[in-house]
Design a protein. Sequence first.
Length: 115
Amino acid sequence: MDIKSRTVGDVLVIELEGEFSRDGCPRPNLHEVVKAKLETGEKKILINLEKAEFEDDFAIGQILASYISAKKSGGALKLSGLSAKWQNIMKITTCDRVIEIFPSEKSALEGFAKP
């Protein structure tokens, strides 16, 4: 899996591409990247999963750990671009009740602009 980041306005967008699994995870992993960005003062983080493939529970653990770290540091983390499989997993695990999920990156960025 590849992890790329870029800034759009005051939002850090993290794009994931490829197989999101324990075996396919790069170093640093997603949670480590998010924690490092939070330490530099980033407060608004969007994880775009449009090109990421769900493979195992490691992915959910990484997303939840990133969300918790963002909340603890006074930040916000949102998700966008979830496939039907991702949406189903988020619903089954009830993560969709905790983490804001948007259909597109554009709508998620607009969601950060709302109070």
